[in-house]
Each structure stands twice: as C-alpha cells, then as structure tokens.
Design a protein around this ligand. Structure first.
Ligand code: MN3
Length: 247
C-alpha cells in the first residue's frame, strides 16, 4: 500500500507537506466537536463616543480602530470567558471586580486582573480623550495640581517622565490616593483601583497604543496625548471623587 508520505515524496511535494496535511485532515476536523461560542456578556465593549479619526493627527484612526475594536474587545471577550462559570461576578461592575481581586476565585484571579484590568483601563481611556481637549485642568483639579506639583507644567513634566519610565507594557496615572493626588505607574493592565486608588488621568503606554504612528518614540506620543486630554471630563471626575458624598 502506498502511503501519503510516499505519494508526496514521489510528487516532489515535501516542502508543502504541512499545507497538504491540513487538506488531508479536513474530513476529521469536520467531525470534531465545535467549540462553544464565546459568551457575549455580561461585560460589553463600550462604543467609542466619537469618530475614530477624531483625535487625528495626534492619535491616528488606524490605531483607534485596532485599539478599540480589537484590543479592548479582546479584553472584554476574555473577561466574559473567565467569569462564565461564576454568574455571581457578572452582576458586578468591572471596577468592583478589579477593586477587590482577593474576592475573586483563585483560578480566575489572574485572568480578571489582566482582562478585567484591561477592560476597566480602556473604558476609562476613551473617556479622557477628546477632539477638543488639550487645554488645561479646570476648577479644583487645577488648584490641587498646582499646589501639589508646583504648576501644571511641572505636573506634565513629571507625568511624562513617569510614562517614559514604564518598562515594557503598562500605564502611567494621576490618581487620588489617600485624599492626595499622586503620579504612579502600573505594569501590564493592573488598575490603580486594585490598590484602592481612584484614576483621575491615565496614559496607555503599551506599544499597541502608539507604535503604528510613533514607532519607538514614546515621549513624542506622550506629548501628543496632552493635546487630546479631555480636561473637562477629567476635572469633573476629580470633583466627584473628592466630593463629600463620595468620600
Ligand atoms: Mn491599550
């Protein structure tokens, strides 16, 4: 009996063995049980509140498409897959999940930390950007930034250095921690919420956030980010985070 390998060799098709094999295996693959579809909830991808090209030329439309439709979507899908066996987690917000990782079952804790963190961080990220951003902080946030960091420009300088200092993938943040503003960084998709800190401003310094347009020039991307910060929204968030009702 002539086996498949002999035939392939005889035909001089050794190089395409891999491709040929998959064709030979099509029949058995068709009989394999199909994987269950990825759960479509309880967490969902929030729509971008503006056009993909709204932040041009500072953040390009192609990056926005990939970042929102692919990267953020995959954090949401993976989070849904992680919590599928724990319906009680589905009734909580993603902020609640990452704020209390110790309460997450151990077998999915890392997944919730990474995928839930990714979902929480990106949901926040889209909101703090605006086409008409790039001005300066308002109201109490403006005052507290000046008090705490000397001036807005000294704050920008320190925040930018923190963003540049993140080794590998992560975020730089301005947070409210213990009633004070502070600049901090987090690796991967770790959320400041896990430390009990409230994010006020953040910058995604994963390469997926900037590499298409800025390649290795992260500091240039950080400078561009400040041209599209929605200080109106950010200052409002700070006002509610510091309001007596909240604390
Ligand atoms: Mn990202």
């Amino acid at each position: 009996m002539i086996n498949r390998r002999t035939v392939i060799k005889a035909l001089g098709l050794t190089a395409s063995l891999a491709a040929t094999s998959s064709a030979f295996n099509t029949a058995s693959l068709a009989q394999a049980p199909t994987a269950p579809p990825a759960p479509s909830g309880p967490f969902t991808l929030p729509p971008l509140g503006y056009d993909y090209d709204a932040l041009e030329p500072f953040i390009d439309a192609t990056t926005m498409h990939l970042h929102h439709d692919k990267h953020h979507a995959s954090y949401v899908n993976n989070l849904n897959a992680a919590v599928a066996r724990y319906p009680e987690l589905g009734s909580k917000s993603v902020a609640e999940l990452v704020s209390n990782l110790d309460a997450i079952p151990e077998e999915i804790r890392t997944a919730v930390r990474n995928q839930g963190g990714g979902h929480a961080n990106h949901s926040f990220w889209w909101l703090i950007l605006s086409k008409s951003g790039g001005t300066e902080p308002k109201a109490q946030l403006a005052k507290d930034i000046s008090t705490q960091f000397g001036s807005f420009s000294q704050f920008q300088d320190r925040f930018s250095k923190a963003a540049a200092s993140v080794f590998g993938s992560g975020w730089a943040w301005l947070t409210l921690a213990g009633g004070r503003l502070q600049i901090e960084t987090s690796p991967n998709q770790d959320s400041p919420l896990t430390l009990g800190h409230t994010p006020i401003l953040g910058i995604d310094v994963w390469e997926h956030a900037y590499y298409l347009k800025y390649q290795n020039r992260r500091p240039e991307y950080v400078g561009a980010f400040f041209r599209v910060v929605n200080w109106e929204y950010v200052s409002g968030q700070y006002a509610s985070a510091t309001s007596p009702a909240h604390t």
